[in-house]
Design a binder for this molecule. Structure first.
Ligand SMILES: Nc1ncnc2c1ncn2[C@@H]1O[C@H](COP(=O)(O)OP(=O)(O)OP(=O)(O)O)[C@@H](O)[C@H]1O
Ligand SMILES: [Mg+2]
Length: 249
C-alpha cells in the first residue's frame, strides 16, 4: 500500500443476517484528501463507515488502514452527545482517555470555532450547528489522521451546512486530515470533495473526481442525483432574492 494512501478498501461486503447491505465496494482515500460517499437513505453509507471503524463486522473483503488514529463523527450529532454532560465534561472525558498532551477543552473549541462560553452548557442548550461543532471537537481530541464524517450536515439549515462544510475543509488543511465525507445529496459534496463515489443499494455505481462524476455520470441514478442539485441552487438563489436558475457544474 502506497505511503500516500491512508485507507484502502477492496471488495467490502457487509450483511445483517440474510440481508446484504454492502455488496462489494472498493475505494481508496489519499493522504490529505476528501472523499465523498453519496447515496440515498438505506444505500449502505453508514454501514461502510461503521465497518471501517470496527463497529460492524465485515462479511468479506479487505480494509487496510495506514494511519495511527481514525475517528468518526456520527450521523446524529445531538444524539451522539450525552445529554447529562456539559461540553466541558464531554471533552474532558475524551481528553482523559485518549487526548494528546497539549490539548484542552478550550483548545479543542477554538479549533472548531466555538466560544468558551459554551463550556458549561448542556447539549439541549446548544443549536444543531453548535452540537455538530462539539462532536467534531470531540473527534479531534486524539488528533486523528483520518476523520469519517457521517452526514455531518444533513440535520442542519442550509446556511449552517455551508459553515460546517467550510470548517471541515479548513480542518483538513490545518491538521493535515484525510476525510471520508458521507452525504445523501451531491450538492453537499460537490464543492468539498476531491473524489466522489455514488452508492446505490450497496454498490458504487459511479466514482471519480467531482468533475468526472458531474460531467460524465455513468449511471441513471447519478444523473437523477445531479438533476436534483440545481433545485438546491435555485432554492439558495431564491433565498438570496435572485430567481436565476443556475446550473453550477
Ligand atoms: N443493525 C441493522 N440491522 C439490520 N439492518 C440494518 C441495520 N443497520 C442498517 N440496516 C439496513 O442496511 C441498509 C443500509 O443501512 P445504512 O444505515 O448503512 O444506510 P445509509 O445509506 O447510511 O442510510 P441513511 O442515509 O438513512 O443514513 C438499510 O436497508 C438498513 O435498513
Ligand atoms: Mg446513514
Amino acid at each position: 500500500m502506497s505511503e500516500e494512501i491512508v485507507l484502502e478498501v477492496k471488495g467490502l461486503r457487509v450483511r445483517y443476517g440474510d440481508f446484504e447491505a454492502v455488496k462489494g465496494v472498493d475505494f481508496t482515500l489519499e493522504k490529505g484528501g476528501i472523499l465523498g460517499i453519496v447515496g440515498e437513505s438505506g444505500s449502505g453509507k453508514s454501514t461502510v463507515a461503521r465497518t471501517l471503524i470496527g463497529l460492524q463486522r465485515k462479511s468479506s473483503g479487505d480494509v487496510h488502514v495506514n494511519a495511527k488514529s481514525m475517528q468518526m463523527i456520527f450521523q446524529d450529532a445531538v444524539g451522539s452527545l450525552n445529554p447529562r454532560m456539559t461540553v466541558r465534561q464531554t471533552l474532558g472525558e475524551v481528553l482523559k482517555v485518549k487526548g494528546i498532551a497539549d490539548a484542552t477543552p478550550e483548545s479543542l473549541l477554538e479549533l472548531v470555532g466555538l466560544s468558551t462560553a459554551v463550556l458549561d452548557q448542556y447539549p439541549r442548550e446548544l443549536s444543531g450547528g453548535q452540537c455538530q461543532r462539539v462532536s467534531i471537537a470531540r473527534a479531534l481530541a486524539c488528533r486523528p489522521e483520518v476523520l469519517i464524517a457521517d452526514e455531518p450536515v444533513s440535520a442542519l439549515d442550509v446556511s449552517v451546512q455551508a459553515r460546517i462544510l467550510n470548517l471541515i475543509r479548513e480542518l483538513r488543511s490545518k491538521l493535515n486530515l484525510s476525510i471520508l465525507l458521507i452525504a445523501h445529496d451531491l450538492a453537499v459534496v460537490k464543492n468539498v470533495c476531491d473524489r466522489i463515489c455514488v452508492m446505490e443499494k450497496g454498490v458504487f455505481v459511479d466514482s471519480g473526481t467531482a468533475l468526472d462524476v458531474f460531467t460524465n455520470p455513468k449511471s441513471d441514478y447519478t444523473k437523477r442525483l445531479i438533476s436534483a442539485v440545481p433545485d438546491v441552487d435555485r432554492a439558495l438563489d431564491e433565498r438570496s432574492g435572485s430567481l436565476a436558475l443556475k446550473r453550477s457544474y
